[in-house]
Design a binder for this molecule. Structure first.
Ligand code: ZN
Length: 725
């Protein structure tokens, strides 16, 4: 059986995934926050500010019903001050450093700051408003400064370094040794070995970058939200019902009558697929591509130039040739060359395939008696027609079988079959929005192992895409269970209507839940090693391999039930969906790689002054004989992965890297002849889903697969090479 891989680039690439900027800022502070400069909160703050009080909630879940925006600034100030004091106590401890009085003690610091940050950054992503955006602008540099004051605390680093030098004689457990090694490395990468002026310059750059990342993301959001295109009654002709109702919903969100298309991917992409109005397609496509590049107050070109310059200087200070070298050191790929080599290896077969796809579309345009060229705003429209003709796939018919609630049940079912866990909804856990749902995850003995928050619908104030984040990581020292969130941006149906997903939406749901399980199943001794705190080019693996289970007949036959009749998806439709799996993968892979090459090449520059932002994309894409009708999946000025934080900066390739892993990994289950093979599932749990960062990524993969990964299954599953026999 062919795995469902086909769609993973298309979906994964648009996701901000586990390591979203918000998630990183929050989780990093759990373990390595630092001594800040601000004063504590007002007297009595703990009594009146729920962020600083004890939480009498189930499992210590955040009391989101009590928290108001005005609570954040005083709570941050107080928590930064107490964290600083805790760190100072460790740094100035007169006793010689030991694992317990230094590393373990650091693990236990910053509890308040960690929980305040994680709540705040989750709200900033999912339920933002002007006040939260203002707090974010104020706090980003202060948090960066606080973090830097820890990693640049010379007494603290001296203790860590002393332990690191004697690490072989300390009789540490494997996880203790790993924690020491990763902490030491984090400190060095954060400038701990720098002296004098270099040290001050490094801290200034970190703070400047934090502000630039916030500005980049806010510009993108403002530019995206400022645009909409009204559709007349005539324009609605020929559009499927779900697009019409989503367009009505988008208008209502803006207090307008009628129907509008917006630049949320969930609005504009289906429109580009379905609208026969070529002029409107062009208008929408151009607006979508131009986000952040409109020479207005939200323009991001200058922000990019400043980010690249600061990043290069920062990497050079640490002794790295470029920012790309800095970012890939210590990852699974290890070097920019290895990342580039993988992209090159996939580029030419993907490009060849995309040329075949373009020929199909051009034939279609000619058949329709039209004489225009194939342009970027045509690709999705005609692709949809070729897809419908070749696979007879009617998107409305597919969606009618993919109800959100059933797909949630399906993703829970798979986790039960693989990992022996079950999910039980609770309606009494506080949330930040009525649409958010909460489940307990139970193990086979009925013990509660974690809480799972699902926030599935798009709304104003929520950023685009889909991602996993947390309120709290699993903590082996305190015994606290993980509190994990998934966010998606599905269109919310009208009252009484079922929420229906496209197949791509359902893949996204499984993808984010794969990240979610990486957090929920975590079983490490230290929170700093828990869950998704792994290498960036490994973190997508648990998410992407999970996508494969969705397209298995065993799962779809059970859960893909028609919303009216309850009938399972007809076998013929299921077969067509699976057959369509490799369709348009040339386009999807080329679109992805365009962004991947540009991201890496930006960060391989040794002199950022010579980069011309407005021409850089074309110059880089031209180097590999690019196809002009397939643009970058994310153009620079709205490339959040690259410029709204560092999680995926010079690391967009990671999705492809993880693609190699997930195709090769799922092939193990296929080879075993059982997609729930218990022995493999156990190894996948032990070495990957529960292991967090307690071992190096390659060791984790080999622990599951028994060998290093192989690129062939990816090329095969995307239809770039033919099956052997
Ligand atoms: Zn992801």
């Amino acid at each position: 059986m062919k795995p469902a891989l086909s769609l993973s680039v298309a979906t994964s690439a648009l996701l901000l995934a586990a390591c979203s900027p918000a998630d990183i800022s929050a989780s990093r502070l759990d373990s390595s926050g630092s001594a800040g400069s601000e004063t504590g909160g007002p007297p009595g703050a703990a009594q009146t500010n729920p962020l600083l009080a004890d939480w009498a909630t189930p499992y210590g879940a955040p009391p989101l019903d009590l928290i108001e925006d005005a609570h954040f600034l005083p709570a941050f100030a107080s928590a930064i001050a107490s964290h600083a004091a805790e760190i100072e106590a460790i740094a100035s401890d007169p006793d010689a450093p030991t694992f317990d009085n230094t590393l373990l003690a650091m693990e236990m610091t910053g509890q308040d700051l960690g929980r305040i940050s994680s709540i705040f950054f989750n709200l900033a992503s999912s339920a933002s408003n002007d006040q939260i955006r203002a707090i974010q602008r104020e706090m980003s540099p202060r948090l960066a400064e606080h973090s830097a004051s820890i990693t640049l605390n010379p007494d603290l680093f001296a203790r860590i370094d002393a332990l690191y030098q004697q690490r072989d004689s300390l009789d540490l457990t494997a996880q203790q040794a790993r924690l020491l090694e990763t902490t030491h490395d984090d400190f060095i990468r954060a400038g701990a070995q720098l002296q004098g002026a270099d040290r001050e310059r490094f801290a200034a750059l970190r703070s400047e970058l934090a502000s630039l990342y916030t500005r980049f993301a806010q510009n993108e959001q403002a530019d995206r939200e400022s645009w909409s295109m009204e559709l007349s009654e005539a324009d609605l002709t020929g559009l499927p019902d779900y697009i019409v109702s989503a367009a009505a919903g988008a208008a209502a969100d803006r207090d307008r009558d009628g129907h509008v298309i917006t630049l949320a991917r969930s609005s504009v992409e289906p429109f580009l697929q379905a609208s026969p109005n070529r002029d409107q397609r062009e208008t929408a496509w151009r607006a979508w591509m131009q986000r952040g590049d409109n020479d207005n107050a939200n323009d991001n070109k200058d922000t990019i130039a400043q980010i690249l310059s600061a990043r290069l200087e920062l990497a050079n200070l640490l002794g790295f040739e470029t920012f790309a070298h800095y970012r890939t050191a210590g990852t699974m790929a290890g070097t920019p060359d290895a990342a580039m080599a993988l992209m090159e290896q996939v580029w030419w077969p993907a490009r060849d395939r995309a040329l075949e796809e373009a020929a199909d579309i051009e034939a279609r345009i000619a058949e329709a008696g039209l004489d225009h060229e194939l342009e970027p705003w045509d690709w999705r429209y005609y692709t949809q027609q070729v897809r419908a003709e070749r696979f007879d796939l009617d998107e409305s018919e597919v969606k009618a079988h993919l109800q959100l609630d059933n797909m949630i049940a399906a993703m829970f079912y798979v986790s039960g079959r693989l990992f022996d866990v079950s999910f039980h909804e609770r309606t009494d856990i506080p949330t930040y929005h009525p649409d958010v749902r909460v489940w307990e995850m139970h193990n086979a003995d009925g013990q509660v192992m974690g809480l799972f928050y699902g926030d599935f619908f798009a709304r104003p104030g929520k950023r685009g895409g889909a991602w996993m984040s947390s309120f709290r990581a699993q903590n082996g020292q305190t015994g606290q269970i993980p509190l994990i969130l998934n966010n998606c941006n599905y269109n919310k149906p009208a009252d009484g209507e079922p929420a229906l997903l496209s197949f791509t939406d359902a893949v996204t749901l499984f993808h984010e839940f794969g990240h979610g399980l990486h957090g929920l199943l975590s079983n490490t001794e230290y929170a700093s090693l828990a869950g998704t705190s792994v290498d960036r080019d490994f973190v997508e693996f648990p998410a992407q391999i999970y996508e494969h289970w969705l397209s298995q007949p065993e799962v779809l036959e059970r859960f893909a039930l028609h919303h009216d009749t309850g009938e399972p998806m007809p076998a013929a439709l299921l077969e067509r969906i699976l057959a369509a799996g490799t369709f348009n993968q040339g386009f999807a892979t080329v679109e992805f790689l365009n962004s991947g090459f540009v991201d890496l090449e930006y960060h391989l520059n040794t002199n950022t002054d010579t980069i011309k932002i407005d021409t850089f994309e074309n110059r880089i894409l031209g180097k590999r004989d690019n196809l002009e009708d397939i643009p970058m999946r994310h153009r620079s000025t709205h490339f959040l992965h690259a410029f709204a934080g560092e999680g995926y900066a010079s690391g967009y390739y990671s999705y492809l890297w993880a693609g190699v892993l997930d195709n090769d990994g799922f092939a193990a289950f296929e080879e075993a002849g059982d997609i729930f093979d218990p022995d493999l599932a156990r190894k996948l749990l032990d070495s990957v889903y529960s292991a967090g960062d307690s071992l190096p990524a390659m060791d984790a993969y080999i622990g599951f697969r028994g060998r290093e990964p192989n690129v062939e299954p990816l090329l095969h599953n995307r239809g770039f090479i033919k099956a052997e026999g």
